[in-house]
Design a protein. Structure first.
Length: 463
């Protein structure tokens, strides 16, 4: 369904267990064919051609992503599709340069040996991706998996099937052999997702999505002891000190709260502002929220889209209701956006800011995944560090201050996988990315992705 107006835009075939088995078998056969024989340089060259094919079909990918998600086309053009191409280029180049360990070993009896590692593919990798950044997060996993020589079976979210399918056409155009990249559509429990995670001939599972789903997948793979990589939910904090660059901080926090309608795992749902500037900051952030334009996705002026589905909108609205029940002050928003046109059949909500909740409130503790934040004052550095870290999640944080010593100091105290200082969502794809606690297992990015998608085989040669 198109989230912007609730219309049906496609029918998608749900994969049964037999079809998933066929996809896994196709991947296994590909590993024994041409794909398993070509070297690193040739694999890298073909991944560059995949990036070229994405760019050749740039507008097709934009339109598919917008139709599935309802996000502004301007955002898809700026973020989703360029990052998809970049993911293939970065990992294609990285795998050619990635080194391995080597040691000259001296034994106690005077013998010497050379120990060195070689990188081998895991085999068939099951990839399960979410609906919020469907193409970006899909390619973030597919690119390093293929760079390491694996074959993949992809199960995109049932909400966003289009770009994963379109990517298959780009793969063929780029000369990726049949069976290397496979797509199966469906749901999770009792459907394609469960069939894939429980499949005995799948060698690893990587998943981005809700923490509860990650726990279910861990149970599914336990009997076969598959390696897993999870990037899960977050209840991320932003800390704003009074010595910050006020305008830059307001702009940065507004983006961190409302980008992609708050449907980014890295979004800041908890904002802590030093009391000296609390009132003025809340007022400035309110103006930012109320200036957002929830127009039609194709409109260049649109910078706020709908939520992904009616079901997700009901979840977000239930938290809007809960916040009021818990005693929140509604600074702005807190309801359903109304337009007087077909967008009223879509899944829009108002961008929302709350204040006044205790740290124990459910709306402060639980991930909402919408265009909403709670803003709270603080007086001391150690106080806000304690509040920011008081969560079962541990994905991301941001610190806003002109005192870089403090920025470094506070950032290193955050119990998260990534902390930004005076910025948000600024990524170097070579760096480690992942979460702690309920936010995930393992790290992606750079060499960390290559290490997950490959087996390191040590070879010891007596000299």
């Amino acid at each position: 369904m198109n989230p912007a107006d609730g219309t049906v835009i496609a029918q998608v075939t749900e994969a049964d267990a037999v079809l998933v088995d066929d996809a896994v078998l196709a991947a296994r056969r590909a590993l024994g064919g041409e794909w398993g024989r070509i070297g690193v340089r040739e694999r890298a060259a073909r991944l560059h051609r995949v990036a070229d094919a994405i760019e050749k079909r740039f507008e097709c990918f934009v339109q598919a992503e917008v139709a599935d998600t309802g996000k502004p086309a301007s955002l898809a053009r700026k973020l989703d599709v360029p990052r998809a191409a970049a993911n293939f280029r970065v990992f294609a180049d990285l795998v050619k340069m990635a080194g391995v360990e080597a040691f000259q070993t001296e034994g106690h009896d005077g013998t010497t040996a050379l120990n060195y590692a070689v990188r081998k593919p895991l085999g068939v990798v099951g990839i399960i991706t979410p609906w919020n950044l469907p193409l970006l997060l899909l390619t973030w996993k597919v690119a390093p998996a293929l760079a390491c020589g694996n074959a993949v079976v992809v199960k995109p979210s049932e909400e966003t099937p289009a770009t994963a399918t379109l990517l298959a056409e780009a793969m063929q155009e780029a000369g990726i052999p049949n069976g290397v990249y496979n797509v199966v559509h469906g749901f999770g429990p009792g459907s394609a997702g469960e069939f894939l995670t429980r499949h005995a001939d799948v060698d690893a599972i990587t998943f981005t999505g809700e923490s509860k789903t990650g726990a279910t997948i861990m149970q599914a793979v336990a009997s076969t002891v598959k390696p897993v990589s999870f990037e899960l939910g977050g209840k991320n904090a932003a800390i704003v000190f009074s010595d910050c660059n006020f305008e830059e901080s307001v702009n940065g926090i507004a983006e961190a709260v409302f980008l992609n309608t708050g449907q980014v795992c890295l979004c800041a749902e908890r904002v802590y502002v030093e009391r000296k500037i609390f009132d003025s900051f809340v007022d400035a952030l309110k103006r930012k929220a109320e200036a957002l334009n929830a127009g039609w996705p194709a409109d260049a002026k649109t910078n706020l889209g709908p939520l992904i589905s009616g079901q997700h909108r009901e979840k977000v609205l239930s938290y809007y209701t809960l916040a009021r029940e818990e005693g929140a002050t509604v600074v702005t928003g807190g309801g359903i956006a109304a337009f007087g046109d077909n967008r009223d059949q879509g899944f829009y909500v108002q961008p929302t800011i709350y204040t006044g909740l205790p740290e124990s409130a459910r709306c402060v503790k639980e991930e909402i995944f919408g265009p909403v934040c709670h803003v709270a004052p603080f007086d001391a550095e150690d106080e806000t560090v304690a509040m920011a870290n008081d969560t079962k999640y541990g994905l991301a944080a941001s610190i806003w201050t002109s005192d870089l010593k403090r920025g470094h100091r506070v950032a290193q105290q955050m119990k998260v996988g990534i902390t930004w200082v005076n910025c948000w969502f600024l990524r170097d794809l070579r760096t480690p990315f992942g979460g702690a606690g309920l936010s995930g297992i393992g790290r992606e990015g750079g060499i960390h992705s290559l290490n997950f998608y490959s087996e390191l085989n040590n070879i010891c040669v007596r000299l």
